[in-house]
Design a protein around this ligand. Structure first.
Ligand code: PMP
Ligand code: GLN
Length: 363
């Protein structure tokens, strides 16, 4: 969709990345570390200062006890953390439960390792989970469950009830959890992000994935991390060592210094809430039907009452005829389906959102 948007000079609310600047202070820090000579390989697991920052921040926010030496690895973005965790655990024939619509890298990575994707379909408008149905997806071959809260693309978040169901469901099994929490700091209306890290029964069987691209408005830097108990992290690092080995050195130093100021991540919820509220109030004036958005920087809409065309057809027409790019939500399903919904990314400047909605009003 980004390519199509560029071809048609449309406003791009499709791919999830900010169109505003990364903090110049942070950029200056990266440049400074480069000038100071921090330009060679970083340690395989990540520089100690960044690993300590990640574990201290996680432990403080979620009451966990991760150890910086053995239980976290710095990765080339959340995507590499996800891929490496899957490569570490999934063998041919292993089954992995995912919740669709789902971020598109999960199913691809599972299949690349011979795994079988078992899907639970979340239903609009709240995209909640009926755990009794999830239970029916379990078999002797179930190896892993992948969670994503706050969720891309639906904006839904898991509740404590969900976590308790998950504890019950996995108790006494060897099932692993891969928890994609890249939007952990982007939750709205005073809601609190519930991390797997806060639940000891889940934490002991889980990898947690984070992304500095989301935290620092710098998705192109591809910096992230994976947390996990020592026994799992030890295996994760074997794959990491021989696929990536290590991650951009000056960026790691700069992030470790910059995020000493916790307002840089604790302020994200307010920062994006202003954008979400503004975008929703404007979009509410179009004919689209807005779905709830409790977290992430994505807003989904449905259009059943407006058109019978597929979401792919409508997303394409919106680019070509109206000059706005979105992502058809059917792109987040493994089965060929028309979900009849569109996802808009609102991590954009106010004027971008305003111009986009002006165009969408014409529809
Ligand atoms: N998980 C989800 C749900 C995402 O939306 C993204 C970013 N698109 C990622 C993982 C990957 O993060 P990164 O850009 O750090 O690889
Ligand atoms: N997270 C981004 C999204 O969902 C995209 C990352 C990517 O394009 N691979 O739009």
């Amino acid at each position: 969709m980004t390519k199509l948007a560029e071809e048609h000079q449309a406003i791009n609310l499709s791919q999830g990345f900010p169109d505003f600047d990364t903090d110049p202070k942070l950029i200056a820090m990266v440049a400074d570390y480069m000038h100071k000579g921090f330009n060679q390989y970083a340690p395989m697991t990540g520089i100690p200062a960044l690993r300590s920052l990640i574990t201290a921040k996680t432990n403080k926010l979620y009451g966990s006890d991760y150890d910086a030496e053995n239980e976290v690895t710095v990765t080339a973005g959340g995507t590499q953390a996800l891929f490496t965790a899957i490569a570490t655990c999934i063998n041919p024939g292993d089954e992995v439960i995912i919740f669709e619509p789902a971020y598109d890298s999960y199913a691809a990575a599972i299949r690349m390792h011979g795994g079988l994707v078992k899907t639970y379909e979340m239903i609009p408008s709240d995209y909640g989970i009926d755990w009794d149905i999830v239970k029916r997806l379990f078999s002797a071959n179930t190896k892993m469950i992948i969670l994503n809260s706050p969720n891309n693309p639906t904006g839904s978040v898991l509740s404590d009830t969900d976590m308790q169901c998950l504890i019950k469901l996995t108790k006494g099994t060897d099932v692993l959890i891969l928890s994609d929490e890249v939007y952990e700091h982007i939750v709205y209306d005073g809601l609190k992000h519930l991390s797997i890290a806060s639940y000891p029964e889940l934490k002991e069987r889980s990898f947690i994935v984070g992304s500095f691209g989301k935290v620092l408005h710098a998705t192109g830097w591809k910096a992230g991390y994976c947390l996990g108990p020592e026994n799992l992290m030890k295996e994760f690092r074997k794959v990491h060592q021989f696929s990536i080995f290590s991650v951009h050195t000056p960026v790691q130093y700069a992030i470790a210094e910059y995020l000493q100021d916790e307002s840089k991540y604790l302020g994200l919820a307010d920062f994006f809430q202003e954008k979400r509220d503004y975008f929703r109030s404007m979009l509410g004036q179009t004919r689209f039907n807005l779905l709830p958005c409790k977290g992430s920087y994505f807003q989904c809409v449905t259009f059943d009452h407006l058109s019978e065309e597929t979401d792919v057809a409508l997303a394409t027409r919106l680019v070509k005829d109206f000059g706005v790019a979105s992502v058809p939500v059917s792109a987040f399903f493994t089965r060929n389906t028309d979900h009849h919904a569109l996802r808009f990314c609102f991590a954009k400047k106010k004027e971008t959102l305003e111009q986009a909605v002006e165009k969408l009003m014409q529809f």
